[in-house]
Design a binder for this molecule. Structure first.
Ligand SMILES: [Zn+2]
Ligand SMILES: [Zn+2]
Length: 323
């Protein structure tokens, strides 16, 4: 009985997502994004082609009723159910690696006396939280970078880039294999780092959370995160764009223009791209077309094809190699 109830509850998960502060489309983040869009519209800070009513500006039918979006709405339910059944349990399991790493290091070195940075727990928590934020964001950058550079990973990542129009739900346009591999990579790196930190500085400190979410993630999502998967242009001043990836910079990441390929892999911070030479900061508004090169987006035109096309493409790569 209990398992049946758990399964039923999990199937309701897609409907619970808008009420989870850990999700990018949590109602508060969507609301704050609309607020930022309202400011852009009112003060004409972005780019408006012609006079449009506020609603047309915010939710253009050509985008929200585009075939890409319609497929996306259906796909959302599927990938959300996959997330709760497979990805969430994997993350919970892998997070144990922080403690395990710390224990192994203690066993290995035979010492258990952490270096003391400061006596103040709050200061320790702040330094620890900044460390975890930087490490987690770097892990995110690294997986995204590899997803573009390793051919098999790219076949899966193409699902995200196949969107010809982007809306806040595009964040859920991820192949299940990528969702799993990406999370495994990020959580393992973060847990190993946390374990080493705990060994060096002790186990007392806690990450600073807001509504149960890492503080940097909460602030990042609240600051108009959803604009990055939207038609609304918001670029930051040049110097800020080297520190934080603006919504416009992520839109450039989705552009089909060859000069934009493999640019702006970053999630929160722009300096990883800056260091690795993949940062692209727009100087002016750029009119963008989204999707894959050579019209490959057309192969991702249904829920089934979003799931199956990467597998077909990988199969073709393998059979070509062995031929
Ligand atoms: Zn990408
Ligand atoms: Zn994206």
């Amino acid at each position: 009985m209990e398992t049946l109830e758990t399964i039923f509850n999990s199937l309701l998960y897609p409907f619970k997502i808008p009420f989870l502060a850990s999700s990018q489309i949590y109602w508060l983040y969507v609301l704050s994004t609309i607020l930022v869009a309202t400011i852009i519209y009112t003060f004409r800070l972005g780019h408006q082609d012609k006079e449009k009513s506020f609603l047309e500006y915010l939710f253009p039918k050509s985008i929200y009723l585009h075939p890409t979006s319609i497929t996306q709405y259906k796909y959302f339910f599927l990938i959300a159910v996959f997330e709760i059944f497979f990805v969430v349990p994997t993350i919970i399991f892998l997070e144990k690696f922080a403690n395990i790493t710390c224990q192994i290091l203690i066993q290995f070195t035979g010492t258990n006396t952490p270096l003391l940075v400061t006596n103040h727990l709050l200061e320790q928590n702040i330094i620890f939280s900044i460390f975890v934020a930087l490490l987690g964001d770097f892990a995110n950058f690294l997986y995204h970078y590899l997803a573009h550079k390793i051919p098999i990973l790219w076949e899966f990542h193409k699902v995200h880039h196949s969107a010809e129009v982007i809306t806040p739900l595009t964040v859920y346009r991820i192949h299940p294999v990528e969702m799993l591999l990406g999370n495994i990579t990020i959580v393992i790196i973060t847990s190993l780092g946390t374990g080493i930190w705990m060994y060096l500085f002790g186990t007392e400190m806690k990450e600073i959370l807001i509504y149960g979410v890492s503080f940097e993630i909460f602030i990042f999502y609240l600051a108009g995160y959803n604009l990055r998967h939207s038609h609304i242009w918001l670029a930051y001043p040049q110097w800020i764009s080297h520190i934080f990836i603006s919504p416009a910079q992520h839109q450039i990441h989705h552009s089909v223009d060859p000069k934009h390929y493999d640019k702006n892999f970053g999630y929160i911070f722009g300096f990883w791209d800056w260091i690795f030479g993949s940062l692209y900061v727009p100087t002016n508004y750029e009119k963008l077309n989204f999707g894959l090169a050579d019209e490959e987006s057309k192969f991702f035109n249904s829920v089934a094809n979003l799931l199956l096309h990467p597998l077909r493409a990988i199969w073709q790569r393998i059979s070509k190699k062995s031929a």
